[in-house]
Design a protein around this ligand. Structure first.
Ligand code: HEM
Ligand SMILES: [Cu+2]
Length: 589
């Protein structure tokens, strides 16, 4: 039974609801995730603006939004409102913004097209995963309008602060419920992605012929499947504490004889929480692993080594979470074990990094916007990765824990890298998604302003952290030792304001190009992966005939092939006389 039979061609739907709302087409669902994710990023960015305003001009009314949101305090933020701002900023960025882009949009769009499939293995599950994501977003937003406001216990939601004692009111419960529901959507997506890559690869598309983009997304889906349920279980127990008066995470005299344990929640949170940082970066590693090769016009250096490194990081990511808990009174032996495991995870990361540098080395680079953003990821991830070492090491972490060094570090490795990686992916696949090109000039201006401002904003933040400034402080300047850091904080905020406002350039470019961008050809970037063998945009059922793959994803600059084809790239399906592998293998081993 060939793949052609395995995946019958469905006729495109006719009615509006099936076509635009409850579509089963992975390409449309990808666009739904893309637009919804961008809106949540905009909300997360607005909250970041408010944080940085408060640190630059403590107590001064927030421009544009202050009077609307905080009329009772004359438009300026109150201490409890500030707790809600950074908590919801972190949660929205990590659970509703970035994953919708990297996993929801790119996963949905690229997986079937890059493996030669007509759709996901479970189209209905796919459609439902988007609408359950939307439902979780509605529950989350509802928390902003209930009495006493939304969650305010930090994105880590640690009890007892996140219990009824620390955060009375419905808001915190709604946010924990929203986290549980977005987790359900994530697991649905993971099941779909994992099955599709295993079952629907085109004939000849062996595992090592898969583009790194697909490896990144596939491994991320495995992490989601393994670790999101752990967060879900912690959330349910916390909801039980808040709603039914159980005491899973409550301890102390007031609790009575049945003592719970707040530290237990931290274990459950970080068992998920550390793999989560790789869930947000593996798709980016995959995307830039391909794009750096495509735009350097060279094969990806040691492709196999990069794939094995991503696999090793995926495995190790579940064994290092204790580095978030060095200051919880963890036993020295356990602490040291987590320290060694944490530092060892840098080896595969360094191999990946070295492979990226070797790929671009002596490449004939085409500095189109997707390439610039990919190079931006290499840059911010390089700095971010290095600054993680003193946090993985117990002795230095005891000093740096909960300072702005931590905040700066994860914004570079998780925030900036996933943001720049998302822009690289959007600029790269936009022509295939919408049949038009994005504006390169606007794209380049957006890139340079963003990469300079994001580096400055987060590196300077680390300097404030090194000087001892703690995170999550409503007014840091109540502490005399932080008062001298006020100018530094003001400067950081100026860079953050520049960064946030520069995203308007992207919004203009994105919307304008959808309707008025230059028409895109089938393969504007001249690369060999399967999606670029299709029209821009592809037909509803993707492939008229499921292709047969005869080579890897990065066939570039092969002199023999170039002389035969008269160009420096070959597609994964192109059989070239006299060039191996001539014969197409019977099935996808
Ligand atoms: C637009 C750029 C951004 C700026 C200027 C920014 C700024 C900040 C600042 C200043 C804080 C510290 C708040 C405090 O400790 O009181 C913070 C916290 C946080 N940010 Fe961002 N951020 C940005 C983008 C992102 C992105 C893209 C992500 C995620 C992928 C992210 C995730 C987080 C998380 C998880 C926290 C911790 C919240 C907590 O302490 O509970 N941020 N952000
Ligand atoms: Cu970690």
């Amino acid at each position: 039974m060939s793949n052609n039979d395995l995946q019958p061609i469905h006729a495109p739907p006719q009615d509006f609801a099936r076509r635009y709302l409850f579509s089963l087409d992975h390409k449309w669902i990808a666009k739904q995730f893309l637009v919804t994710g961008l809106l949540f990023l905009a909300l997360g960015g607005t909250l970041a603006f408010m944080i940085r305003w408060q640190w630059a001009f403590p107590g001064r009314p927030i421009p544009f939004l202050g009077n609307l949101l905080y009329p009772s305090s004359g438009g300026s933020v109150t201490p409890s409102a500030y707790n809600t701002i950074f908590t919801m900023h972190g949660l929205i960025m990590v659970f509703w913004g970035i994953p919708a882009l990297l996993i929801g949009a790119f996963g949905n769009y690229t997986i079937p097209l890059m493996i030669g499939a007509r759709d996901m293995a479970f189209p209905v599950l796919n459609m439902l995963s988007y609408w359950i994501y939307v439902l979780s977003g509605v529950i989350l937003l509802a928390a902003f309008v209930v009495p006493m406001g939304a969650a305010g216990a930090g994105w880590t939601t640690y009890p007892p602060l996140s219990s009824n004692v620390g955060m009375p009111g419905l808001g915190q419960s709604l946010v924990v419920l929203a986290l549980f529901v977005v987790g359900v959507s994530t697991i649905m997506g993971a099941v779909n992605y994992i099955t599709t890559v295993i079952r629907l690869r085109a004939p000849g598309l062996t595992w090592m012929r898969l583009p790194q983009t697909i490896w990144g997304l596939w491994l991320t889906s495995i992490l989601n499947l393994l670790w999101v349920p752990v967060l879900g279980s912690g959330g349910l127990l916390l909801l039980a504490d808040r709603t039914f008066g159980t005491r899973f995470f409550l301890a102390g005299a007031a609790v009575g004889p049945e003592q719970g344990d707040p530290i237990l929640f931290q274990h459950l949170f970080w068992l998920f929480g550390h793999p989560e940082v790789y869930i947000l970066i593996l798709p980016v590693w995959g995307i830039i692993g391909d794009l750096l090769a495509f735009f350097s016009r060279k094969p990806a250096f040691w492709h196999k080594g990069s794939v094995y490194s991503m696999i090793l990081v995926t495995v190790l990511s579940g064994f290092v979470y204790g580095h978030h808990m060095y200051v919880t009174g963890i036993s020295p032996t356990l602490g040291l074990t987590f320290e060694i495991l944490t530092l060892s995870i840098s080896f595969p990361a360094v191999i990946l990094f070295a492979n990226w540098l070797r790929t671009i080395w002596k490449g004939s680079m085409r500095l189109h916007t997707p390439m610039l953003f990919s190079l931006g990821v290499v840059w911010v991830f390089g700095i971010g990765g290095l600054t993680g070492l003193p946090l993985g090491t117990i002795s230095t972490d005891l000093y740096l824990h909960d300072t702005l060094w931590v905040v700066g570090h994860f914004h570079l490795t998780m925030g900036a890298a996933s943001l720049l990686g998302s822009f690289a992916g959007i600029h790269f696949w936009f022509p295939k998604m919408f049949g038009r090109m994005m504006d390169e000039r606007l794209g380049k201006i957006h890139f340079w302003v963003t990469v300079i401002a994001i580096t400055a904003a987060f590196v300077i933040m680390m300097a404030a952290g090194y000087a001892g400034q703690q995170r999550r402080l409503f007014d840091p300047y109540v502490y005399t030792y932080i008062q001298k850091l006020a100018p530094l904080n003001k400067m950081t905020s100026m860079f953050a304001f520049t960064l946030i406002s520069a995203q308007a350039l992207f919004a203009i470019n994105f919307i304008k190009s959808i309707f008025a961008g230059k028409k895109a050809s089938e393969n504007p970037w001249e690369v060999g992966t399967l999606e670029w063998t299709l029209p821009s945009p592809p037909v509803f059922h993707n492939f008229d005939v499921v292709p047969t793959v005869v080579r890897g994803p990065h066939e570039m600059a092969n002199p023999e092939l170039s002389s035969k084809l008269g160009r420096d790239w070959a597609s994964q399906t192109e059989v070239v006389d006299g060039m191996g592998p001539a014969q197409a293998p019977s099935s996808a081993a």
